[in-house]
Design a protein around this ligand. Sequence first.
Ligand SMILES: Cc1cc2nc3c(=O)[nH]c(=O)nc-3n(C[C@H](O)[C@H](O)[C@H](O)COP(=O)(O)OP(=O)(O)OC[C@H]3O[C@@H](n4cnc5c(N)ncnc54)[C@H](O)[C@@H]3O)c2cc1C
Length: 411
Amino acid sequence: MADKNVLIIGGGVAGLSAAVELANLGIHVELVEKSNFLGGRAIGYACKAIENTCVKCGACMVEEKLQSAVSHSNIKILTGSQVQNISKNHRFTASIQQEPLVIDREKCTNCGLCLDQCPIDRAILQGFSKNNHPFYAVNKERCLYFKDQSCTICKDECPETAIDLEKKASEHTIEADAVLIATGFQPFNPKDKPYGYGRFKNVVTGLELERMLKQSGRVKKPSGNKLLQKIAFIQCVGSRDVKLNHLWCSKVCCGSALRMARLIKERQPETEITFFYMDVQTFGKDFEQFYKEVQENIRMIRAIPGDFYEMDDQRLKVNFVDNPTHETIEEIFDLVVLYVGINPIEDIGTLSRMFKIGPDEFGFLKTDDKGISVSKTGVFTAGTVQGPMSISETIAGAGSAVWKILKYFGE
Ligand SMILES: Cc1cc2nc3c(=O)[nH]c(=O)nc-3n(C[C@H](O)[C@H](O)[C@H](O)COP(=O)(O)OP(=O)(O)OC[C@H]3O[C@@H](n4cnc5c(N)ncnc54)[C@H](O)[C@@H]3O)c2cc1C
């Protein structure tokens, strides 16, 4: 197998898992990741263990895969990179465009001085895992140097001279015997829903809440560190929505939100949590017991609220129809968390044309279940690029993609 090379597009948990499995079999892997950091969405998720007892949220598995991938000698990683073209003549030949690597991986010691000294908010980005080296990246959209060259503070202050703001983009050519597309999902953007997302400070998404918990261990109001008494969780934002023609269930959000609500309740027992939902998706074999415990501490309301209003003190007025009485109730919350659904990524059309795999009716890139058509072309898919799934399902699916690749190689 040492003569085989696989190109993996996407460095989330799907791409990382497949890379590690292939690499362990002696296959060379070239992993191309669009963003500056590996780990995909799930590397920003908080561990939801209660009193050191694992609740199987999957967050730690992503870190494990990331750690194994970055230290594996059979895996070559290109971050800030995208496939521009691909052709096949026995093998695949892919041209890759890589953004300038402004922070030198070899020189950077992850000291964080660049972030501390930078005068512009979010001009230096920070990853969620220190296994991502460097742990920092320059955000060209916000950096003053890339706007008008008026600031070089990060470069000047870096004690390791690891920052080169004039670094140019580079091009690479990769030869591969098979390609795995693991480009993941796009969270639904709730800005067009009547929930004030992007306008009201104290309306956040479930993914933003995950990152907040991962970074600081507690929930705070984005408007300021004032008392947090009441949180509303709203499920199915952008999922099972006829008006949007997003009819699918994102499957993972109920489990994720309920585990999160229980974690917050344990860490901040003074906070009251209300959970607005349509139906609760069951998950895992311990679901019944878990759900019973959750209902003792979390107020469950089977309704999806209508419009929200922001009050002068930045709390939120939420209207909903009470299910048994059909009365409209108005209630005030300090923080509202929107559990946004799993959508196909925006450039799914480009990938679909490049690899000649048609998206399914919802826009996800599905492989043939029997693996027939796909295994003949040498192009495979894994993870949420195929549709909603959890971290453990993603890892299992990546394993199955590896098996199909081996079958394609005739092993
Ligand atoms: C609100 C919410 C909460 C969730 N909570 C949980 C939970 O508690 N437990 C759980 O098990 N699951 C949870 N999930 C699901 C979990 O996020 C996914 O299972 C997991 O992220 C799937 O990994 P992936 O690798 O398929 O995709 P992603 O995490 O999306 O990673 C894909 C990677 O591909 C890269 N990429 C995209 N396009 C390109 C391109 N053209 N070229 C190169 N790279 C590209 C992206 O930058 C990204 O790094 C949740 C999902 C949501 C929406």
